[in-house]
Design a protein around this ligand. Structure first.
Ligand SMILES: NC(=O)c1ccc[n+]([C@@H]2O[C@H](COP(=O)([O-])OP(=O)(O)OC[C@H]3O[C@@H](n4cnc5c(N)ncnc54)[C@H](OP(=O)(O)O)[C@@H]3O)[C@@H](O)[C@H]2O)c1
Length: 334
């Protein structure tokens, strides 16, 4: 395979503070490394951008997040998928497709014993990029934590996010009676209902969230998958049915909710937060269901593709923060 001598990487060069701008990034040209014995060279084909990366840009160590923040003057980490183009490692052959976390650059050197690099079976999905989904998190919240099942009325806040757009579909595939989603953009309501199979969706700016939930789920919510916190969590507590289960995934609103204990106690609610340690058993269970549901035509991978290679990454990150995309945001790097 043809490999250039030089390639691009995108570096974070300043902390954004209150506002992220293009000036916080630089695109640098670097030498493409030659693999030593036991190493292989990967051409990155796809990388993910997500809103949590905005927080990772604020500091190297982030006390509120279970992952490391970004260092200045380096290409940050990000989930990515690429193709092995040169190899001096027995375990990896030219043409293998691998996943790893060294996005923000066009080429990366892999080490055979580095657990971060795993080979992917691309025959199981329509394209390798289908592996860059946040399904393990959605599965953990919907299934392991909330045990969603037949007859449940489900509310997913932040339903067009990478995680939420999968969580709603998981609920539907597991037999939920009704799946409701919220978004901050009225243009995305039709997407949730028309393309992702939600039964109803609403814009959370459109009046009190509690009014929308009572209107759309008059018999109450059995499962709540919360990506947003703040008012949406507070409203879901009031709109919950007896014995409802809450999976607390994230806090996109940036606002800690006020916990009203009356509904929690009187309705016997179960409220559990979770992180996603990517246990191999969880990954295998999710992948098995995901690939089968995709093949059966019961599931889609909600994603937006940004073209333009590494040079498009800074503007695309600004667009992620502005909420311009739907589902997982993928930048095509090659
Ligand atoms: N617990 C875990 O293990 C785990 C793992 C990964 C992610 N998470 C959490 O899951 C959530 C979704 O993450 P993601 O990576 O899927 O997100 P993402 O796809 O990057 O989300 C981007 C979308 O978030 C929505 N959004 C932005 N600001 C918002 C605000 N202030 N209030 C409400 N919605 C807002 C916008 O959608 P609309 O235009 O539709 O509003 C925007 O398009 C986050 O809370 C994240 O922290 C948790």
């Amino acid at each position: 395979m043809n490999v250039p001598a030089r390639a691009r990487e995108v570096r974070l060069v300043a902390r954004p503070g209150d506002r992220l701008g293009l000036e916080h990034f630089t695109t640098a040209e670097v030498d493409v490394p030659e693999p030593d014995e036991g190493q292989f060279l990967v051409r990155n084909d796809w990388m993910v951008l997500s809103i949590v990366m905005r927080s990772l840009m604020d500091a190297e160590v982030h006390p509120d997040l279970p992952m490391s923040g970004y260092r200045l003057n380096e290409a940050p980490w990000a989930p990515a998928i690429g193709t092995v183009v040169r190899s001096r490692a027995r375990e990896f052959a030219v043409g293998d497709v691998v996943s790893h976390t060294r996005g923000f650059r066009e080429y990366v050197l892999g080490q055979a014993e580095d657990w971060e690099f795993s080979k992917l079976d691309t025959t199981r999905v329509p394209g390798p990029e289908y592996y860059l989904n946040q399904g393990v998190t959605a599965w953990r919240g919907m299934v392991t934590v909330a045990d969603v099942g037949e007859g449940d009325t489900v509310f997913v806040s932040g339903a067009t996010t990478a995680v939420g757009s999968l969580a709603g579909q998981i609920a539907r595939c597991r037999g939920a009676k009704r799946v409701i989603g919220s978004t901050g953009d009225p243009a995305k309501i039709g997407y949730l209902v028309g393309e992702l199979g939600f039964d109803a969706a609403f814009d959370y700016h459109d009046g009190p969230v509690l009014d929308r939930l009572i209107e759309l789920a008059p018999d109450g919510l059995d499962v709540v998958f919360d990506n947003v916190a703040g008012e949406q969590f507070e409203a879901a507590l009031q709109a919950a049915a007896p014995n409802a289960r809450f999976a607390l995934c994230g806090a996109l609103s940036g606002r800690s909710p006020v916990l009203d204990l009356d509904p929690v106690v009187l309705k016997d609610l179960t409220i559990r937060g979770f992180t996603t340690p990517y246990e191999p058993a969880d990954v295998a269970e999710w992948t098995e269901h995901y690939t089968r549901w995709l093949a059966e035509g019961r599931f889609v991978f909600p994603h937006t593709v940004v073209e333009g290679g590494a040079g498009a990454v800074p503007q695309a990150m600004l667009d992620v923060v502005a909420g311009r995309f739907r589902g997982t945001v993928l930048v095509r790097l090659s």
